[in-house]
Design a protein around this ligand. Structure first.
Ligand code: CAA
Length: 257
């Protein structure tokens, strides 16, 4: 499939999706949103795919929502269209989704990375929520997901001043899980995704669901939810195989059943 704003490839059980609007530093326009939503819907249906990596270019993961596209929008259009709510489709993707971020991840770009399950950053990565400098505020989840990721003090600092945070600061703050050299970024993310895709699919999806529930539920509800999912995995063939293989001191042969 040929896309205007994306490149896609598959390596084994992992799909690599690359944002590809180089002249606009991968600014997130409506075509890109529609194409990424379509690609993820296809990957969700594709039983051969166990995990996905989302990346950009060396210079920019994405420099935000497309300012030139949105500058003419007025309130009533934005409200009636529920402007940019379509991006929530990325956050509701059920399979593991890793952001591999090099260069700028600003505004909607930072927010898109935060919709992924975790972020692997290159040493060149720069994160920011500069919407305030344009007279708006984050609109794709920045005020909520950044605050949960890095806490109130740093989130307020980023959202109110619009300053950028480099990769080292982002790792210290808990926004990114690992930092790697730029030339290793995609390989590192693909290796992590390949490892995830090698594990039993139901356990992987439930692990993601359980961690995400911690953002929505009280501790007691989250713990009950986790325990029920944990119990349900004892109904799978892969639990029997994984534990038998451990006891037999041999590698497991998972069947995703
Ligand atoms: N939207 C549209 N076009 C963008 C863009 C954006 N967010 N970011 C960069 N571009 C375009 C530039 O206009 C420029 O195009 P031309 O060559 O046609 O002029 C091209 O990409 C290259 O950009 P620069 O020349 O500016 O590159 P630079 O290296 O000098 O600066 C930068 C890089 C600091 C990232 C700068 O481009 C910048 O500040 N971009 C805007 C960042 C921003 O404000 N993002 C937030 C957007 S609002 C948002 O995202 C709302 C939300 O929460 C959903």
């Amino acid at each position: 499939m040929i896309y205007e704003t994306l490149l896609t490839e598959t390596r084994g059980a992992v799909a690599l999706v690359t944002l590809n609007r180089p002249k606009a530093l991968n600014a997130l326009n409506s075509v890109l949103m529609a194409e990424l939503t379509d690609v993820l819907a296809d990957l969700a249906r594709d039983e051969a795919i166990g995990a996905v990596v989302l990346t950009g270019s060396d210079k920019a993961f994405a420099a935000g929502a497309d300012i030139k596209e949105m500058q003419g929008i007025d309130f009533i259009d934005a409200y009636l269209q529920d402007f940019i709510s379509g991006w929530e489709g990325v956050a509701s993707f059920r399979k593991p989704l890793i952001a591999a971020v090099s260069g700028f991840a600003l505004g909607g770009g930072c927010e898109l990375a935060m919709m992924c399950d975790f972020i692997i950053a290159s040493e060149t990565a720069k994160f920011g929520q500069p919407e305030i400098t344009l007279g708006v505020i984050p609109g794709m989840g920045g005020s909520q997901r950044l605050t949960r990721a890095v806490g109130k003090a740093k989130a307020m600092d980023m959202v109110l001043t619009g300053r950028m945070m480099d990769a080292a600061e982002a790792e210290r703050a808990g926004l990114v899980s690992r930092i790697v050299a730029p030339e290793q970024l995609v390989e590192e993310a693909m290796a992590a995704a390949t490892r995830i895709a090698s594990f039993p699919r139901a356990a992987v999806l439930m692990a993601k669901e359980a961690v995400n529930r911690s953002f929505e539920a009280t501790l007691g509800e989250g713990l009950r939810f986790e325990r029920r999912l944990f119990h349900s995995l004892f109904a799978t063939t892969d639990q029997k195989e994984g534990m038998a293989a451990f006891a037999d001191k041999r590698p497991p042969q998972f069947s995703n059943r």
